[in-house]
Design a protein around this ligand. Sequence first.
Ligand SMILES: *Cc1c(COP(=O)(O)O)cnc(C)c1O
Length: 482
Amino acid sequence: MKHITLNTTKQNILDLQLISEALEPSESQRNAFLDQVKAYANQFINTIGEARTYNSDKETKNALAIDFQTKSMEDILKTYKEEVATKGINAASGGHIGYIPGGGIYASAVADYLADVTNEYAGMYYASPGAVAIENEVLDWMKSIFDFPKSAIGNLTSGGSMANLIALTAARDKHKIKSDKITSSVIYVSAQVHHCIHKALRIIGLEDVIVRYVDLDEHSRIIANDLDFKIKSDISEGLNPFLVIASAGTTDTGAVDPLKAIAELAKGNDLWFHVDAAYGGFFILTEEKKDRFIGIEEADSIVIDPHKGLFLPYGLGAVLIKDKQAVYHSNHYRANYMQDVMDDSAPVNPADVSPELTKPFRGLRLWLPLQLHGIAPFIACLQEKLLLTTYFRDELLKLGFMLGPEPDLSVSYFWYPTNDENENEFNERLMQAIHKDGSVFLSSTTINGKFVIRIAILSFRTKLETIDRAIEMISIALKSLS
Ligand SMILES: *Cc1c(COP(=O)(O)O)cnc(C)c1O
């Protein structure tokens, strides 16, 4: 690196300008970058159907080291392909039917490009009224889906974990759970609740609240009668129940808790009712599943993840909360240097609803695809996932597998019955064989002590052909073990 000793001559400033100009490529350089990235992206998408979904090779080579030697875009893309895009899980692939699959619709990538180039400041209405209007429009649309009042507020977060954190903080502040109350306050959850809830509780200082696990039925859904019983017995002991968390699509089994019954118990006992619908929420858009969500409109807060249920690339979750003051308590702040911004009649500032101040313009990555494609392809895609889940289960049955209960949404599980004490071990080996193959990626979990393999169908690229490929792979893996 060339070092320039600073003095205040104009020549010195111009010398520095010459070097820093590399940060503003010329139009022809910009086009050259984009052409190469575009060619790579096209090749990636055109061949994604043939590529493996999982590669267990985790070793990266030195090529990633930052050595301040400038490299060509071509070399960088080559490194990206070798070290990043072809290792681990290919989350853009339709063959990703493990965990909760990702997606990555192209229109969002284009939106991100636009948002990044224009670098809109989406934290404050004052700085970017248009960007904030788009974010609020996206949130208003989500409120309408869940029959939330327009007066509810919301925030576009990096994902479901951050969204849950914001909602639980609001619940804490609404019920004034301060240090003197923490150890006598009670939260009700399912054992299947997502682990980000436990993380959030620790982060927001509620590690020592009492967490009650409500009994689950054979579909892994909360049993409302048991919730009722537990709340009553806690109240009679002089404890302070203040929050119940339901899931609308658990990660493990896709179970939707009985939202209506839980809503009524929450209302009757003055509990904050939170619904984590990060995985399943957008299935409310389908005629087939919308009734499953009855009661969600009575929640105090909801979390949904467009980077799951609307197939966006990673980086977009959302939270909707009815009580604005509860959210403002922790997040609303006016620093003196922001005095130009104070206009309380203006639309809600994203920065007042979230721990973030400066944030990327996330709304565009959902708004633009909805403007470009409309809603029909998204709904069709969700319906397609439901049918593929049924199809997958039918095919597994033909191979002799046992299936988990009829799924509420698009997550299910299966295991091969050996009917002896080696059953778990056999299914673990089967999982390993499937991972080794890697043409399609599945994951496993443990349900009531039983090792089971999960199906989670949510990628927009998962098609009938993908499921046939998965069945073929599973059948080969099964033969290799027997
Ligand atoms: C994925 C998921 C989360 C966490 O969301 P991230 O976007 O991964 O942070 C929370 N709850 C449920 C039910 C989920 O499926």
